[in-house]
Design a protein around this ligand. Structure first.
Ligand SMILES: [Zn+2]
Length: 477
């Protein structure tokens, strides 16, 4: 097959990665552990050879005898501060990458002709920048395509390429975010994907989003749990008429209550996945409804406050990620900030991959009231996207006080904070206006120490009421 020159793709790596993922699905736990071990050795070798930062951090470590639990923990702040020494290709410079990700016209464009680049949101300071080569993308593609349980197996067998589907991605489409970059890349790579896929921005008003969904009538909606809950609300009140067959969720924690509500109201199957900018597909759901971690290509270590490992099933403070895919920008014992716990037993579906449960990403949807007292939902993803992307503010807490009032706290003070607050007011009022809310009341507080949750992450968007209290929907979170 001819490969478009303007995408990061290697057909040889893709074939090898796909065959390997399929073989692992039938492996024994011992074979899985051996693969993981071999890949860890290769990763440590690459890091020692090509990353000045890791050469310093892993001084004296021998790849062949490496013991992961003795290696130092790394954080996003430290790695981003020393980005140019962290990466294994000296051509990669943070200043140039920041200029690239600042340009929305370059989303999914191959960087230096050979890398896929995306940025993470700035839950702890400045956004992270992540660079992957064709080999890493081939592995992510294979994990994403081959490890997803399907609600209608016969239909998928007859139509493995999803050609008869219409897929709507509803998310942040204004920046170089991992999910949107991946979708844009897939569309460039496969003309048939572009035919069956449409991306819809969550920044538009709920009314126009509903109109677009009713017009496109997607069979599959891929989105965030808070967006899926909003669509379920809109379906329940009769505004959204279309019903998809499947809703795929990811990016935030999906609670059992929201899952049930979406299944019931949209009358569809829900499939959840767990990914991060640091590793695109960490976990996927099997037919038994369990989340399996792709431990052939990553290592997760649930740890306590002092980064000591916790026993299976025990609550952890955070989770360390070792990414065995990416050797351009090694992540070894990286503090992911999510709370992952491992199940003790092997899943009845037969997969050798362990079952995990994930917590840790909770931002609330805000139910505001318009001038007629009607509820209007502002999605957390829309709020954080405009504050990060349009106001360039990354550390904040937006707290709802009532149906018309929000309080925005920033850690900065002085003139810097004043100008940040002006930008925040401007973008938040713009978003409120777009959603048909009369000017909202916005109280600004500067020089605030942002309250951090157990995981160390700030909950950035906090609702005044339990979800649905204003909208009259039953308790569900
Ligand atoms: Zn399973």
């Amino acid at each position: 097959m001819a490969t478009p020159a303007h995408t990061v793709f290697d057909s040889l790596h893709s074939g090898v990665a796909a065959a390997d993922v399929l073989a692992t699905d039938r492996a024994t736990p011992a074979e899985l552990a051996a693969k993981q071990r071999q890949r860890l050795i290769c990763l440590v070798q690459a890091a020692l050879q090509h990353s000045p930062l890791y050469r310093q951090r892993l001084h004296g470590v021998s790849p062949a005898t490496v013991r992961l639990d003795t290696l130092p923990v790394v954080t996003k702040g430290e790695l981003m501060q020393r980005f140019d020494e962290w990466v294994c290709d000296p051509q990669l410079k943070l200043a140039e990458l920041r200029a690239f990700t600042a340009d929305p016209l370059r989303i999914a464009e191959p960087y230096l002709g050979k890398y896929v680049v995306w940025e993470s949101s700035g839950t702890s300071g400045q956004p992270g920048v992540f660079v992957q080569d064709a080999r890493a993308m081939a592995t992510y593609d294979a994990l994403e395509a081959l490890r997803r349980s399907v609600p209608q197996p016969l239909k998928r067998w007859l139509d493995p390429m999803y050609l008869s589907e219409r897929i709507a991605f509803v998310g942040a489409t204004t920046g170089h975010f991992a999910s949107y970059v991946s979708i844009q890349r897939l569309c460039q790579l496969n003309p048939w994907v572009a035919q069956v896929m449409r991306s819809l921005s969550i920044l538009q008003s709920t009314a126009s989003l509903i109109e677009a969904l009713d017009a496109y009538a997607p069979t599959i909606i891929s989105t965030y749990p808070t967006v899926a809950a909003l669509l379920a609300d809109e379906a329940a009140r009769g505004a959204l008429r279309h019903r998809p067959n499947e809703v795929w969720t990811g990016g935030e924690t999906l609670s059992p209550g929201v899952r049930k509500w979406v299944e019931k109201s949209l009358h569809c199957a829900v499939r959840n996945s767990y990914g991060a900018s640091e590793f695109l597909t960490i976990g996927w759901e099997c037919g038994q409804g369990h989340m399996h971690a792709n431990t052939d290509w990553l290592i997760l270590e649930p740890v306590d406050e002092k980064f000591r490992s916790v026993r299976p099933g025990q609550e952890c403070h955070t989770t360390l990620l070792t990414n065995l895919v990416n050797t351009v920008q090694p992540l070894i014992r990286y503090d992911l900030g999510d709370q992952v716990s491992f199940g003790r037993q092997r899943c009845a579906c037969g997969s050798p991959l362990p079952v995990i449960e994930v917590a840790g990403r909770h931002d609330d949807a805000l139910t505001m009231l318009d001038q007629h007292g009607r509820p209007v939902t502002l999605l957390p993803l829309a709020l954080t996207t405009v504050l990060e992307d349009q106001a360039a503010v990354f550390e904040f807490q937006l707290r709802q006080l009532d149906g018309h009032t929000l309080e925005l706290s920033l850690p900065q003070s002085g003139a810097e904070a004043t100008s940040m607050m002006v930008r925040c007011r401007h973008v938040l009022q713009g978003l409120a206006h777009q959603h048909g809310l009369a000017p909202i009341k916005l109280i600004g507080k500067c020089g605030v120490t942002l309250p951090r949750g157990r995981s160390g992450k700030v909950q950035r968007v906090v609702a005044a009421h339990p979800a649905g209290a204003l909208a009259g929907r039953g308790p569900q979170m």
